[in-house]
Each structure stands twice: as C-alpha cells, then as structure tokens.
Write a protein that binds this ligand. Structure first.
Ligand code: GCW
Length: 665
C-alpha cells in the first residue's frame, strides 16, 4: 500500500530483523501502569502498546505487572529531571519508564519507541533527558475561515464550523505527533488575530480542542486581537490603562479559564503591520503586555508579546526598529511576560544574522520565533531542511556575558537565570493528507520539536532519526537522504540570496525573484532598499559609515562583522556595500563570487535530483515520485532565481560572466 505520509515519523513499521524483534520482545512482554492511572499515563501506555505491537508484530498486553520482561510506567519524584524529564532504565528484569510527572512518562515512552524505530536495542536501555526550554510551542497562523496565512499545505486542520461537537480524529494524531517530539503548547490562531476567537461561541470550540490535547501534555493558547475590548466588548477604547478595559480583560480571562482550566496564555502582535496596539493610545509595548499579564491574575498563563515591529520608513534601517522599540523596555515587563523575537532582524529570510535583541534584554525572557512554514524558502515545492538554519541562530554567540553567550543560552534562560523560557515555531501544517505539503517538510516540524527539547542536538543527528523513522532503514539510502537534507538549505541560499543578500523576493506572494522592485506603498519593502546595487557595488552598509545597525551588537560581534576582511562571506552583503571588483578571500571578485554562487546553487539542485534518484528502491514509491516531481519544480525555479538575479545585477554591474559560466537561459 502506498504510504500517503499521514503517519509521519510514527509509522511503527515492523522491525526488519526477526532476531532483533525477538530480542526486543523479550523486554516488552507487557506494559504495566499503576491502578488509577491518569489520562496521560493511559495515553502513554496505549501509545507504547500500539507502537510495540506494530514494531514487533506481536500482541503486548497492557495491565498489571506480571513477572519480568515488561515495561513499567511510574511517576516518581526525581529532582534531577525538572518537571517534564524522564528516565528509561533496566531494573530487576524490567524496563522502567519514570518521570516526575505524567507528561515526563509520556515523553519517556516516545523516547523508547524512537530508540526502537532507529534500530537500537532494548537490552540494557538507559536513557534520560529533560527539556532545556519550558514553553515549546507551535504557532498556527490559522484563520477562523479555514485559510492559513503563509500556509502551503492546504487549509487549516481546525474545522471551526464543526467544533465543538465534531472532533476530527486528526486532532488526536496531531497531538500525538507533537507529544512525540516534546511540543507542549499550541497557539491555535493567526497572530493577525480575529477577535472571534475570544467570543463565547469560539471558546467552546477552543475548549473542545484543549480536551483532545490535554492527555498529550499540550496546552492551548490564543493569539489576541488587541482591540477586542472595543470590537467585542463595545467599549469606547482599548487603552490598556483604562480601568474599564482592564476589567473587560480580567472578566475575559475568567471566562477563558472557566472553559479551559489549563489554558496556556496569549501571543500578541500589536502595532505591527497595521494591527492595533497600545501605541494607538500613546502607551508602550510593556504597558500593553503588563495589562494582559495583570488581567491573568491568579491564572497560570503567560503573555508572549511579539517584537516584530517596523515602520514604513524608506530612509531608516528596518534592521534596527524592533531593537529601538523594545530594548529600552528591558526590566519593565511583568514576570508573566516573555518577548517573542524572530531569529533575525528582518523577516525569516533564508539566512539572517541573529536578532540583535538577543543578549540585550537580560531582564526579560525572550522567546525565539522561527518559521517552519517556508514563506521565503520555496513554499512547499522546495526541499529545504531547516535545522541548520535554526541551529545557526541558536549557536550564534551574542558575547553578552563574554565568549559562549549563545542565543541558545539566552533563550533557554540559563544566561540570565530566568524562571521561564520559550521557543515558537510557525507551523507548516495544513489539511493535506501528508500534513506539510512537501513530504520532506515533515522533517522541519520534527526538527523544531527536537531542538526545542534539546538545542544541543546536531542537525545531522535529527535528520538521521527522522529519515530512519519516516523514510527508510536501509543504511546507504538513509545516509544519502541525510546528506541531501543537510545540504539543502545552503543550496537554497546560493540560488536565491547568496552572500547576505536578503528580501529581494516578489512582493505580493513573497515568492520568486524580484530584485528590481523599486516602488511599494511600504518603502522598506522594495528590493532595492535592501540590496542597494549601484554602479560601484552591492550590499547594505550597516557599519558606522552607513546605518550603523552593527552598533546594536556587542563589540566582539561588531568587530567580526564590521570589516570586509573579517566578515564571513555568508553575511557580507548584510553589513557592507562592497565594490563589484573587490577581491574576496576566495580569490574571486565580488561579482565573480556572486554569479558563481548563483550558478553552483542552481546546479546543486541537479545534484539533489541525482541523490534522490539513487534512493528510489529504498523508499515508498508514491512518496518517491512526489518528491521527484517537486524537485523538478525546484530545478525550474532555481534557474528562474539564478537568471533573474544574475541578469538584473548584471544590468547594474555591467560586467561579463566569469569564464566557464554559460549565459542565462
Ligand atoms: O513575514 C511576515 C509575513 C506575514 C506575517 C508577519 C508576522 C502573520 O509575511 O504574513 O503575519 O510576517 O510575522 O507577523
């Protein structure tokens, strides 16, 4: 039967080797849960049973412990494990999955299944782990009408019109998939929020979804429309300092928590891209966020206030705007507030330097927001594995407290000893049978969860796990696919925006090349604003001679990125206006290096096609054909990017292509 991708990495295909299965079965004769087990523990037991039976091809009963050779689920205090950690150990002839909470045991159960799915033995198993980040969230940009902002995998999986009565079984599979990678929160709706989500009618629907998520350790959250007091409450204002407004929100919080007692909290996009916010009333972001946090009162929720703000100002530098609005507010936020910051200063480009707010707001917990939906990375037609992009940001050194002050340590709270920490991935999930449109997009959902749990995991190891669990156990094919995944993002950067070019995509769809775009209602949305190509050279000068955005970083970062000689070529045009004939460390001039990268990038898509062709015997035929076809689109569009950009920049640089490169097609 063709695999339609629905089962994701939880396929539980029978283990290949009979001997391996036998050995595993000796350790998995039964699953024991305590009497009166909670819904979460029962969920863990059921998942183990489902997984083991399928992997081993034999029945594994759930019930009381019966001698040796079984799996025991136990909740037991274990201060070394935090709240959600787990241990999987061998003890007295049984395997024991334990954790300080039910959720920990659930995560341990999935860890055991992953262990088997990746071909490891149960004999002498000894695993332990706990998450480094507390709030690990998917952000859905889903609208009540079923559309998904920047979604490329069909419509929303939430069928609002059918809720709360109809609970699509898919909701449970969604929750399972998230729990299996440690995601513990889901923001159901778009940050460009509809006020409807806060109505009594919708809160019933939200409560129904929360009921499905709860046994999987997942809390639901909502994005808030700032002007709700006016629009829903009929108040004359939504001023956060107005007593009526405060009362309206406090009452709304009580209503929400009556419907969903474990409700997680809110994400807010305010005074950004036309959304209303506290600035409409002369208040700042902290005043807005704090009002919501106070309205939460005794309820156990948080407010994630987004820092994605900029004004349409063609003479300024958008790079600096979030910093300028937020950095001065450090120390003014309520303890329930986290500020949510995109990985880079502009907007989810294929490669960005880390956002300068990381390391510069030590008194405020910062949520790292990354985009899994491939808005600027080829939609659902280009194969781009995002773990290397996410890791690049996490591993970047802010130098806030000396060497090794990585973004990861800012985000996990360890650098500044924060009590709470968070990470958010903008979901790439839709109603397509295979969830993500591009079958390989599943790897990005998977990788996000794994990194949210443990940001030290290497991108390659995550790709290996995912490939083995999802595509094939055949070692050579798996290695080929992993190499393909690993290279895919840098290939994408090469044929679209090499060397630090950014924001030169088409304005309406955010797709395809439009480096010539010079006019827009938003001046800082034109491509020429960003690439600044002229007769002399290319790139945005952000040194002291230019916008001086570099000054937002700590001195060691400024020093590294601040000179042509020391700036890594991958970031060069982010920070420098470089003469076309400037000789780079590669020995080539800027023009020759740029064009070479566009060409080698596009050529590399053919390499990807060849690699993928090789694994054909080892993966499901339908899935193989699907990815093959998508690679054809990718190949066509890589040439489109290459030719459009090379020809456009050539019209300005007026230089010939370096020898050996064929003319654009
Ligand atoms: O990248 C931009 C997107 C918008 C999005 C915005 C944001 C939800 O084009 O669609 O709006 O970012 O992150 O708020």
């Amino acid at each position: 039967l063709a695999d339609d991708g629905y089962r994701l990495w939880l396929k539980y295909d029978q283990l290949p080797e009979a001997s391996q299965r036998k050995a595993a079965l000796r350790n998995a004769r039964f699953i024991a849960v305590p009497a009166n087990a909670s819904a979460t523990l029962q969920t863990a037991a059921r998942e183990l049973q489902k997984g083991l039976q399928a992997l081993l091809g034999q029945a594994v009963p759930v019930g009381e412990a019966r001698g040796k050779g079984g799996i025991l689920l136990t909740v037991a205090p274990d201060p070394a494990l935090g709240r959600e950690g787990y241990r999987v150990t061998t003890q007295d002839g049984n395997i024991r999955i334990s954790g300080p909470t039910d959720a920990g045991v659930l995560y341990g159960s999935f860890a055991l299944l992953r262990h088997l799915q990746t071909g490891q033995s149960l004999a002498g198993i000894n695993l332990s782990s706990q998450p480094k980040i507390q709030y690990r969230l998917l952000n859905h940009w889903d609208n009540p009408n079923g559309t998904v902002e920047r979604g490329y995998a069909g419509s929303s999986i939430w069928k609002w019109q059918e809720l709360p009565e109809v609970l699509d079984p898919r909701y449970q599979d969604y929750a399972r998939a998230n729990a299996s990678i440690g995601i513990n929160g889901v923001v159901l709706n778009n940050v460009n929020a509809s006020p409807r989500l806060l109505t009594a009618e919708y809160l019933r629907k939200v409560a129904a979804l929360a009921g499905v998520m709860r046994p999987y350790g997942i809390r639901v959250y909502l994005s808030v429309f700032w002007a709700a007091p006016k629009v829903l409450g009929g108040l004359p204002t939504s001023d956060p300092l107005d007593p009526q407004v405060k009362r309206w929100w406090a009452a709304k919080m009580d209503e929400i928590y009556r419907a969903v007692p474990d409700f997680g909290g809110f994400v807010v996009k305010a005074n950004s891209e036309g959304e209303p916010g506290p600035q409409d009333y002369g208040r700042n972001h902290a005043q807005g966020a704090n009002m919501l946090a106070e309205a939460l009162g005794q309820h156990d929720g948080i407010v994630m206030w987004r820092a994605f703000v900029y004004k349409a100002d063609g003479s300024g530098d958008r790079f600096k705007e979030a910093y300028q609005e937020f950095q001065p507010l450090d120390g003014q936020f309520n303890p329930k507030v986290l500020v949510q910051v995109k990985n880079g200063p502009i907007d989810f480009q294929a490669r960005e330097p880390f956002h300068p707010l990381f390391g510069k707001m030590p008194r405020t917990p910062l949520v790292l927001e990354v985009q899994l939906t491939q808005e600027y990375l080829g939609f659902a037609t280009h194969l781009v594995y995002l773990a290397p992009l996410i890791k690049e940001c996490l591993e970047a050194d802010t130098h806030a407290k000396g060497l090794g002050s990585t973004v990861a340590k800012v985000v996990d709270g360890s650098l500044d000893q924060h009590r709470i920490s968070g990470i958010a991935g903008v979901a790439n999930i839709g109603a397509d049978r295979n969830w993500t449109g591009h079958p390989m997009g599943q790897a990005n959902w998977y990788a996000f969860g794994r990194l949210a749990w443990d940001h030290t995991l290497p991108a390659k190891a995550i790709a290996q796990e995912w490939t083995q669990m999802t595509l094939t156990q055949e070692p050579k094919a798996a290695a080929t696919i992993v190499a393909l995944l690993e290279q895919s993002r840098s290939i994408y950067v090469r044929y679209t925006t090499p060397m630090g070019l950014h924001h030169i995509m088409g304005q309406t769809l955010h797709y395809g090349p439009e480096p010539w775009l010079a006019k827009s209602a938003r001046p800082d949305w034109t491509a020429v604003y960003y690439h600044r190509a002229d007769a002399e050279g290319l790139g945005f000068d952000r040194t002291a001679q230019g916008s001086n955005a570099l000054s937002l970083y700590y001195p060691p970062v400024q020093q590294q990125w601040g000179t042509l000689a020391t700036c890594p070529l991958n970031y060069l045009l982010w920070f420098h206006h470089v003469p076309w004939d400037y000789k780079l460390s590669t020995g080539r001039t800027l023009w020759n290096e740029l064009t070479t990268r566009y060409y080698t990038g596009a050529d590399s898509v053919q390499w990807m096609q060849r690699q993928w062709a090789q694994v054909q015997p080892a993966v499901d035929p339908a899935l193989h054909a699907d990815v093959t076809a998508r690679l054809l689109v990718q190949q066509r569009e890589a040439l489109w990017w290459r030719d459009a950009c090379v020809l456009y920049f050539q019209s300005i640089a007026r230089l010939p292509l370096p020898p050996g490169l064929p003319p654009p097609t």
